[in-house]
Design a protein around this ligand. Sequence first.
Ligand code: IFM
Length: 467
Amino acid sequence: MARAGAGFKAVLRRRALLAGAAALAASPAAAAPERFPEGFLWGVAASAPQTEGAAGRGLSIWDVFAARPGAIRDGSNPSVGTGFETFYPEDLDLTAGAGLRAFRFSIAWPRVQPQGAGAMNEPGLALYDRIVDAMLARGIRPFATLFHWDLPAALRGGWLDRDTAYRLADYAAIVGRRLGDRVRDFMVLNEPGVVAILGHALGRHAPGLASRTAWAAAMHHQNLAQGLGAAALRSVLPAGARIGAALSLQPCRPAAPGAEEAARIWDDAWNRAYLDPLFGRPYPARFAADLAPLLRAEDMRRIAARPDFLGVNYYSRMHMVPAPGSVLGATWGAAPPGTPMTALDWPVEPDGLLEQLRDLRDAYGNPEVFITENGAAYTDPPAQGGVIADPDRIGFLRAHLGQAARACAEGCRLRGYFTWTLTDNFEWAEGFVPKFGLVAVDRRTLRRTPKQSLAWLGGCARGNVVT
Ligand code: IFM
């Protein structure tokens, strides 16, 4: 994901990193260990288009987008990923060996249906059989996401076309029938708001569109796909299956006096436009005119298939300023002075996670929640003795886990935590530059080298406590 001016302001950032690392590293010593409720699930999250190679699948809109000169910062593309389709046994060994017992992965729609509709590709489905079986054999609980942004390019209209929501439901039924005997936890879509805003309002992600009508269509048709996909899964899965949604939820604040309305606009566009309909509420009123041409009878009822669990992908708060004349009328501003930053210039704000979880508890009926993504890109040093020291990442995770433990203690129904991500991978328009992984991957050999954060997180998982 990319935010405002993700350019690297080296000096400022290094200073902020040092300040942040010191602040985060100092926090645990003072506090008592934070325990999690029994049964709390610890895992990692990843996605097919960021880790799998392209062989054996149809083209996705990210293959097409990446071919545009300048679209991807380092000129890379999703054709190799981390080689997960070959290296998954090793990746799962690393996961289970560390003590992490859940793996959120995604299924590549263009691998299952290269044309996005119609004929299914048996070898593609067979790959996911093997991956799921390998997880189960290691005692890892699979959490499957059906759509993590890799829309089949063959679906010409993409999310502008209402029909895509129906095609997603067909695909969901295929996957549910095939994997439902072994996978219990499914998420239909990942972060539809990011797809709508970065891909259709700002042109920074595939398919590279930037208009208000494109954004509104992508928003509504994805919400519809979440509802239709959940219903299709429900109709084919055995009793006990659990269907969720993974949303990018980031509390929004004004970045300056006078920017209050910008923060409210962004909160509506980024968070509420997905959360509210999922929980049976209308869309934010400010979008009524955008949605009027798209809404059909029964749409809101279909979308409001209250999920069995909500996946929360939290990275930081968003600090907003007005942007008159832009598609949404607001854009990212600066975080409060002194806020530590990651290597992508994203603010480090662990208490924003607690704020988000409290909002779900208080304003949405306290749904069952998993943190389905949380993590940070940092610049890692070279390996020494076969391991990479990444104290900044450990500090980031520790601080966020501390807030997650607090949310549990405050009555939020938080059931588990998935770190983004196991291996450094294809970070969309940023290419392979940002390193989010607990494990480094050599771009030439695809050889894996664990970072200290993997063992550290595994230690937390084993003890069910933040150490
Ligand atoms: O890498 C992405 C992921 O695909 C979706 N959520 C945010 C991550 C970090 O940008």
